[in-house]
Design a protein around this ligand. Structure first.
Ligand code: MRU
Length: 339
């Protein structure tokens, strides 16, 4: 396969490498992901994360395994293992459906390689279109709030919600970005803060619990988040904490936008209640771990509830900004996501 480089994926000498998103921003470690077990381990540990990136990394790995001579049957099994790596983000399933189709072709190795590269290129273009469409909704002088990480690290392109923010900044419209640290795994504090810093976008990092008082003081003009799955009725699964932001935004009359590529749509999923929500380990809540080591503050035997995502009902969303343009609540009520 040709050499390929995104912010957090690399293909060099027919080998897949990932930028360890758990070590950022203190360390920039590129780790090999040259077999199914290794990539699934990276995905479970969130070294590879972000809905679009998970799907692209799995697709690229399958293509490389095919190029290295793996049989059709073994590739089918690897595909099933990768498909189960993270249950909530539907981009993984959508990308792998296309790879599965390529696997049926007579020259499946060539077909998988071409399809994986197409998915990467398409994702870049989808991000561009989302950024363009979303930026039109950002008024000059905006103070925006975002949650988790939806930037170049999480996609092959400029990102989704963060791509919108970056584009609006280029157009001189962003006064400040409030960055939710995003407990428990701190994607906002570690990754979004780093990406915005690299892009020279003005930002201030806050703990998740500070959003309410900022909105009450009138210091947030709009909330921008990404999505891991959008159901047919417009309900959105995204990083835990998104729903509370949407409730707060509604109460304070602040527009709440979801930015996502079409690979995040799941027309077969009727509503948010049908979206599987990944439950994660207690250790993520009882303490914190990273390139700096691990700290535990809760009692050893503390009982923990740790869903990785929550569901924001469509009724709280002001607009779904897709690569095809802005989808309004009226469009959604008229079945825009239903198939
Ligand atoms: O658990 P993560 O870090 O993979 O969760 C990421 C999110 O919730 C993002 O908002 C979503 O995947 C969109 S990334 C463009």
């Amino acid at each position: 396969m040709q050499t390929l480089q995104t912010t957090s994926l690399r293909v060099v000498d027919n080998k897949l490498w990932i930028l360890d998103q758990q070590a950022l921003p203190q360390q920039k470690n590129w780790l090999p992901a040259d077999n199914t077990e290794a990539l699934v381990g990276h995905i479970h540990a969130l070294r590879v994360r972000g809905a679009p990136l998970i799907g692209l990394s799995a697709s690229l790995l399958l293509a490389l395994l095919a190029e290295h001579g793996m049989t059709r049957d073994a590739l089918g099994q690897a595909l099933d293992v990768l498909r189960a790596a993270r249950p909530t983000a539907v981009n993984l399933m959508n990308n792998l459906d296309r790879m599965k189709q390529a696997l049926t072709q007579p020259d499946f190795a060539a077909a998988l390689g071409a399809e994986a590269l197409r998915l990467v290129q398409e994702d870049r273009e989808l991000c561009e279109r989302i950024a363009r469409a979303g930026s039109e909704l950002v008024a000059p002088g905006s103070r925006l709030l975002t949650h988790c990480n939806t930037g170049g690290l999480a996609t092959a392109g400029v990102g989704t919600a963060l791509g919108v923010i970056a584009r609006a900044h280029e157009e001189g419209k962003v006064a400040n970005v409030w960055v939710d640290e995003t407990r428990p795994l701190l994607q906002g504090g570690r990754l979004t803060a780093w990406e915005l810093g690299e892009l020279a976008v003005p930002y201030q990092l806050i703990t998740d619990s500070m959003a309410a008082s900022l909105m009450a003081q009138g210091q947030v003009d709009a909330v921008w988040v990404g999505a891991d799955r959008i159901a047919a009725n417009g309900d959105v699964a995204n990083k835990i904490g998104t729903y509370s932001l949407a409730v707060l935004a509604k109460f304070h009359n602040v527009p709440f936008y979801v930015a996502a590529p079409q690979t995040t749509l799941d027309p077969a999923c009727p509503n948010g209640a049908a979206i599987p929500i990944e439950q994660r380990s207690a250790a993520e809540v009882t303490g914190v771990a990273g390139s700096f080591g691990a700290v535990q503050w809760a009692p050893e035997d503390a009982r923990v509830y740790n869903p990785a995502f929550d569901v924001t009902p469509a009724a709280l969303i002001s607009g779904w900004v897709l690569d095809s343009g802005v989808v309004t609540p009226e469009d959604v009520a008229n079945g825009r996501f239903a198939g």
